[in-house]
Design a protein around this ligand. Structure first.
Ligand SMILES: [Zn+2]
Length: 422
């Protein structure tokens, strides 16, 4: 792009531009680096079509590149930052589980409800019987909600089909949803969510079925393979064997681990080169240091602080100690019908500060550039830097320190995705 061409979009006079960019990094941000990105006071962001062209202070702005066709947005009194990256959702499912919420409030545990045929399996029944059109309409409604919160890139897992036909259908629906609205979607296959109802009590047989019958057909439709390593789902050795098969087929790896017990799933997955290990509420600080070493600093711990809150559990991942131990941390909602029906990634960021000990700067890293690393999109998004996709938020606050403070509020005033105001 010649530098003499006028900007297509200019966001100017921002009270603060949070670049989320620091020194060049070839790994997700860890330790002190999670808080060391640059803030520009009174700044601008300029775009050429779908790409960021320049970011800087207002006194550095080249007025010669403002033409009659340049769309100008005034950001006076606003924080401007990269679009949020939501790196862990179960986007496509049928129905909801408001009925089970009542049972939880009356004292039944997540694993009790799962064991009695509820939980994931009740959503599987509703998902299998829903039409493609119903699933698509519901997914689009959820994506609309995410976009209002400023999410511009989102990972979407399958896992409510648990048979070949429905799991492939969920990937198709996610792909259709991706084409019908502007939020970018990254697909993950979570057929190994729990054993399908036809394989009750036979988790290893179910994984064999996925490897033999389903994974070969998922290639090209999903980039990541994920497994729920937990009591009542899949053990560490079965999960290891499954992820190895998936890696051999060319998939990148993720795991749900250490959510309710410390089984060692995170370390196992990091040893296999997993891009992320998710939940980690029961991962110890010593375990976190081992995960960081085994993953050579490339494995991101995706923390999901709304899940223990919604399940009324007291145990939150010790994010502060993970960061101090050198483990990279991202934050996500885990949006799903059972353990987190919220799409409010700001609330997740706030609870991560309150319950996991992250600082506001670290928490912002965790919902942008580190979340991008957790889905292998760090080249495209997560920071405001020339060459990246123009995903930009304008927020109704003048100072980033207000972001974790206005609890439960959505600060988003405007969302730009790929250079277009959404
Ligand atoms: Zn999940």
């Amino acid at each position: 792009m010649p530098t003499t061409q006028p900007y297509s979009l200019l966001i100017r006079n921002a009270a603060q531009v949070l670049t989320l960019a620091g020194p060049p990094a070839d790994k997700p941000l860890a330790g002190a680096a999670m808080a060391e990105w640059r803030i520009i006071n009174l700044g601008y962001v300029a775009c050429h079509s779908s790409t960021i062209a320049a970011v800087g202070a207002m006194h550095e702005l080249d007025e010669a590149l403002i033409g009659p066709e340049t769309r100008i947005i005034d950001a006076t009194g606003r924080v401007v930052m990269p679009g949020l990256v939501e790196c862990h959702t179960h986007l496509v499912f049928g129905g909801n589980r408001a009925d089970e919420f009542q049972r939880k409030l009356q004292g039944e545990s997540y694993l009790d409800i799962l064991a009695s045929g509820g939980g994931i399996l009740s959503t599987v029944r509703k998902t299998r019987t829903a039409s493609d059109a119903e699933l698509l309409a519901q997914a689009l409604q959820h994506l609309d909600g995410f976009r209002r919160y400023g999410v511009t890139t989102l990972e979407a897992k399958t896992g409510y089909g648990l048979d070949k036909e429905t799991e492939l259908r969920l990937l198709r629906v996610a792909r259709q949803a991706s084409r019908q609205q502007p939020v970018r979607i990254v697909n993950t296959f979570l057929g190994a969510h729990v054993p399908g109802p036809e394989y009750k009590g036979r988790p290893a047989d179910y994984l064999d079925y996925l490897v033999a019958e389903v994974l070969p057909e998922v290639r090209g439709a999903a980039e990541f393979v994920d497994v729920f390593c937990e009591e009542g789902a899949f053990g560490v050795e079965d999960s290891r064997c499954y992820l190895q098969h998936a890696r051999d087929l060319g998939f990148k790896l993720k795991i749900h681990a250490e959510q309710l017990h410390d089984l060692g799933g995170c370390l196992m997955a990091a040893e296999l080169g997993a891009i992320s290990v998710d939940h980690c509420d029961y991962l110890t600080p010593e375990g976190a240091a081992q995960v960081a070493a085994a993953g050579q600093g490339r494995t991101v711990a995706v923390l999901l602080p709304l899940v223990p809150m919604f399940l009324r559990q007291d145990k939150y991942a010790p994010g502060r100690q993970f960061i101090d131990a050198g483990l990279s941390v991202a934050i996500s909602t885990d949006f799903n019908p059972g353990s987190c029906p919220s799409k409010n990634l700001w609330l997740a960021l706030q609870v991560a500060c309150l319950k996991m000990g992250l600082t506001p700067r670290e928490a912002l890293t965790a919902v942008t550039i580190n979340a991008a690393w957790a889905i292998d999109r760090q080249q495209d998004c997560g920071t405001l830097e020339p060459g990246k996709r123009a995903d930009v938020l304008l927020l109704r606050v003048p100072d980033y320190r207000e972001l974790p403070y206005w609890l439960g509020e959505n600060p988003v005033a405007q969302v730009v995705i790929g250079g277009k105001v959404a």
